[in-house]
Design a protein around this ligand. Sequence first.
Ligand SMILES: [Fe+2]
Length: 619
Amino acid sequence: MEERSSYLKFFRVVVLFLLGLRTSSAFCVVGSTDEQPLSKIAMHKVTLGLRESVTIRASPVVLGLQGEDTEWVTVNIVNPDPSEDDWVAVFSPANFNASTCSPVNDEDQTPYLCSSPIKYKYANSSRTYTKTGKASLKFQLINQRADFSFALFSGGLSNPKLVAESNFISFANPKAPLYPRLAQGKSWNEMTVTWTSGYSIDEAVPFVEWGKGETQTQSPAGTLTIDQNSMCGSPARTVGWRDPGFIHTSFLINLWPNSVYTYRIGHVLSNGSYVWSKSYSFKSSPYPGQDSLQRVIVFGDMGKAERDGSNEYSDYQPGALNTTDQLIKDLKNIDIVFHIGDLSYANGYISQWDQFTSQVEPIASTVPYMVASGNHERDWPNSGSFYENMDSGGECGVLAETMFYFPAENRAKFWYSTDYGMFHFCIADSEHDWREGTEQYKFIEHCLASADRRKQPWLIFAAHRVLGYSSNSWYAQEGSFEEPMGRESLQKLWQKYRVDIAFYGHVHNYERTCPIYQNQCVNSDKSHYSGTVKGTIHVVVGGGGSHLSEFTTAIPNWSIYRDYDWGFVKLTAFNRSSLLFEYKKSRDGKVHDSFTISREYKDVLACVHDSCEPTTLAS
Ligand SMILES: [Fe+2]
């Protein structure tokens, strides 16, 4: 009987882990490159085989002595019995064995390792390793509020056997405030700064010191934390869990339009001393309707990648660093960024959120980084998401809603509007129902109706999944060329309110349609649009970084331009009557598709099919 119960316990553990590893989405699980690399490690199978003859040492022991938040570390291995499937895991906190965590519930056994490494590399990436048994590997570490250690495993990722453990190394101040990200607040003259630290509110008071020129003020910050019990399932609740630290947000208010502000983050410790971040600056947003040069970036599905080549066999988001680097290169010519869902692809491996916020820090600390929610942020069975799949790896939206600020009424319902000068943005949440009669539908209509087109001519809709049009092969196979039920309710709103452009991610490629209404192109132009707004241009820009999605071979007549590559869109509003749209590839930063719109206010007012209320002949 006892044997049977321990067998059952083992079975439960295996099922639990397998559940945590499975994801299911038409675009997210098709081949081996689509898995979150950390999920490939068979954590439940780890065995112990520590050998004294094997050594692994990491140096330097203290990182960030000059205040750096990113450092290169050398890991030296000596192993008299090397094999090509030996691999090195980076653990943080450094003490990674199961004694540091408790079972998931009373009936589950705790495996020897209860937390996933934050990344890994094969030992033979140091070329002579299999011949000499000696390897010297370079890892780039970011400050993640805890110490680090390295472990050598044999048996590949599927039968890991722990062979050696390294010394512990640490950043000089592991709690330092890091990775500031800006976002527009609820009104045009408010900028929010969100950052991560290791300081609880009992230990230190968080604030932002900021100002224009010499005059500096200090604004307090609110603090949020996330605990393991707020995760919906595995791996976020089990092997993927890692304390995400304290997330602080400060609201900088009463900003002057288009002005440069400097800021730095501070914490006052209980002994009265201060801990400061680096200094940053941003340009405040224009007044709604303000006529000035305004440049907007839009992309989806970027994810993260490791600059040290870790997790190299996975190639999970091969374009992520190219996109990041192109945006950093052009940052002086960018005013605001929209990352429309599938942000980090942490998929329940919480450590990856720090690595993502670190990757985008140069962008997000300088211009507002506005996010939308995707399946990889939100979806989880029986958690209220519109889709019942497991793409969030158990995060069920909690990480995205906390790590990033966005001006939603309720951050668990990830829809919001935001103004940027001559643009009005309506950001929808495709992971919650958007159809007629829902709370979100009401919001979308209200948001679209709120744009005063004389002042804000450029009306933009965005959502993660393709609610409009895409000739991605899966959507084509379904016969819908859209997310099922995508545009049925919404197209009358886009038409009634003359939405200029609707953006989507989820499908990892680029595609632009003609101005379209009910499957029909309403304008035969391809590169320049002028006059009456007869339909909305739909753009898939999901090639931010993740593995690419195939198109169908037959090209629908509404599809003007398709590109199977990584890239992003840049919109430039020169004034109220002239807009430039450019699609740039991430690999070269060059423009590969573009069009312009020029028009007058009367062109937006003009009635077209299904766009106007009835009129009367009375005069
Ligand atoms: Fe997606």
